[in-house]
Design a protein around this ligand. Sequence first.
Ligand SMILES: C[C@@H](O)[C@H](N)C(=O)O
Ligand SMILES: C[C@@H](O)[C@H](N)C(=O)O
Lengths: 165, 165
Amino acid sequence: ERIVVSSAALKKNLASVSLRNVPDRPGVAAGIFHAIAAANIIVDDIIQIETGPKLATISFTVDLHTLPEVRRVCRKLFRQMKSTTIECEKNLAKVSVIGLGMRVHTGVAEKMFAALAEGSINIRNITTSEIKISCIIDKLDGPKALRLVHDAFDLGRKKKPIAKT
Amino acid sequence: ERIVVSSAALKKNLASVSLRNVPDRPGVAAGIFHAIAAANIIVDDIIQIETGPKLATISFTVDLHTLPEVRRVCRKLFRQMKSTTIECEKNLAKVSVIGLGMRVHTGVAEKMFAALAEGSINIRNITTSEIKISCIIDKLDGPKALRLVHDAFDLGRKKKPIAKT
Ligand SMILES: C[C@@H](O)[C@H](N)C(=O)O
Ligand SMILES: C[C@@H](O)[C@H](N)C(=O)O
């Protein structure tokens, strides 16, 4: 098994914006992120799930201090679309494990989620790629989450930070 | 601007499983992916969005041929939880752009979404990281999507596949 979890990271001071009941047809995502890019807003991660026939929820994270501007841009965008709602959450953090070949086994995701569960930390959003698994959690859970994940994957300061299974 | 989109990729023969109205409390994600790992199912990407107080939707992609087994594992898991529903989608593909420093500007996401919109391709799910933006689309849109994204980011076979902006 060639999975290598090499490090864990904590990103603080995040806010999330969830756009619910977004019309699920071509061009909508492009329009949203064009407006956001035009306002020079930096987006951390983007998640979208289809929620029903012709509807989707798009959730993305931004630095907390940009939230007022993001809200303004989104409200303007959806003025016409009465069904789309904008929900903002402050006080979030993102804990991630970074590695290589993580997609080969679900084992790494399971281990990370279990580590957070051990600390009774609620996982609010999840996004993954082959080299990174990120969980959005409450800001206050941040430092504890990082510690739990470090321990679960044996990533200590004194050790070589590669855990092979 | 140090964004470098170096390549695009198409992953075919994917199926997605969406678990809706999953209880949003610590330990649930760990339990789900423990059962999936125990069944030796390989998971491609995992997305989770909170959908209401104490509820979340978890959506993940798997290779199409593993879908029957995934369904079996999920049904068993949620036998007790009457509110959780399992939705499976076949005939999906994932088109991705890969690069470095992509999170610094939303511009890359916008450009990718716009390229797909040009081809009237509906983006069904989205997941991102600093080095990768992935869109789940209908399988039939796959080859066209890859071509559109290649063109949008100037990634040709004859050219050096790095597009700096
Ligand atoms: C919802 C949004 O992603 C839409 N499906 C699009 O293609 O732009
Ligand atoms: C829904 C699920 O992710 C849950 N919040 C957990 O922490 O496990």
